[in-house]
Design a protein around this ligand. Structure first.
Ligand code: PRT
Ligand code: ZN
Length: 221
């Protein structure tokens, strides 16, 4: 029987695009998870591991602060977190091969777009730090409007001229009269690990779990 203190804690998305694939990855790594509906934690029955089932946005903070030892999160969420200097950085252990998408600027479908068109405009996004960094790196002055959802609606609502949002099939943009024009980040899910000192026992367990996950990824490639 392992004590609570030495059981590993991994933060994974409770529900959403990464939840099922994260669960499947652990299953493929031989980890049996006992979960019951509505619970915010789940316990592995054959490995000293507990899952914290949270919103994806909270995963980098939980791991950065050492509340959780490991986490599964999209690079888009991670890189936005990393751009805030107040946040504790984490180590990226491996790419997981699911949750692929790209963070892209989108313009009205009928516009002959070039980057210079962004100058002096308003851009709606859920990724204000990544968007601002891109604009700064490219010497573009524009106003960034932060929205937490329905970003694609912003031009139609007159809130913004352009959007910078995640795209996978492009259907959402198209349905809103927009087209992807410039990619600022290619993203997939990654396994992250805290830089906090977790002690040698937990550290060995984290290494063992990572090796198993690496094995699953290598087989899938
Ligand atoms: O509740 P919680 O905060 O945990 O979930 P969430 O609603 O913030 O995130 P969720 O579950 O939608 O996405 C989780 C992660 O999946 C993201 O952080 C990305 O790493 C990854 N991912 C992959 C995507 C997409 N593809 C994606 N297409 N996340 C969001 N989208 C959205 C996008 O924002 C846009 O609204 O899907 C729409 C576009 O899709 P297409 O196919 O029409 O282009
Ligand atoms: Zn989220």
């Amino acid at each position: 029987m392992t004590t609570t203190l030495t059981r590993l804690r991994m933060a994974t998305q409770k529900s959403g695009r990464l939840a099922e694939a994260s669960e499947r990855l652990l299953k493929d790594a031989g980890i049996k998870i006992r979960s019951s509906k509505g619970q915010l934690t789940a316990r592995a029955t054959n490995f000293p591991l507990d899952l914290m089932l949270v919103r994806d946005d909270d995963i980098p903070t939980l791991v950065g602060d050492g509340v959780c030892d490991l986490g599964i999160v999209g690079q888009n969420v991670l890189e936005e977190y990393r751009l805030d200097p107040a946040n504790e950085d984490v180590d990226v252990l491996c790419r997981l091969g699911f949750g692929g998408c790209s963070l892209r600027f989108a313009a009205p479908a009928d516009e002959a777009f070039e980057l210079a068109n962004l100058e002096g405009t308003r851009i709606a996004t859920s990724y204000p730090l990544l968007t601002r960094k891109f604009l700064e790196d490219n010497g573009i002055q524009a106003e960034v409007v932060t929205m937490h959802g329905a970003v694609e609606l912003a031009p139609r609502l007159g809130i913004a001229d352009y959007v910078c949002d995640l795209v996978s099939t492009g259907q959402t943009l198209e349905a809103n009269g927009l087209k992807p024009v410039h990619t600022i980040l290619e993203s997939e899910s990654v396994l992250i690990r805290t830089r906090a000192d977790i002690g040698s026992e937990k550290s060995d367990r984290a290494d063992a779990l990572t090796t198993r996950i690496d094995g699953v990824i290598a087989t899938a490639e």
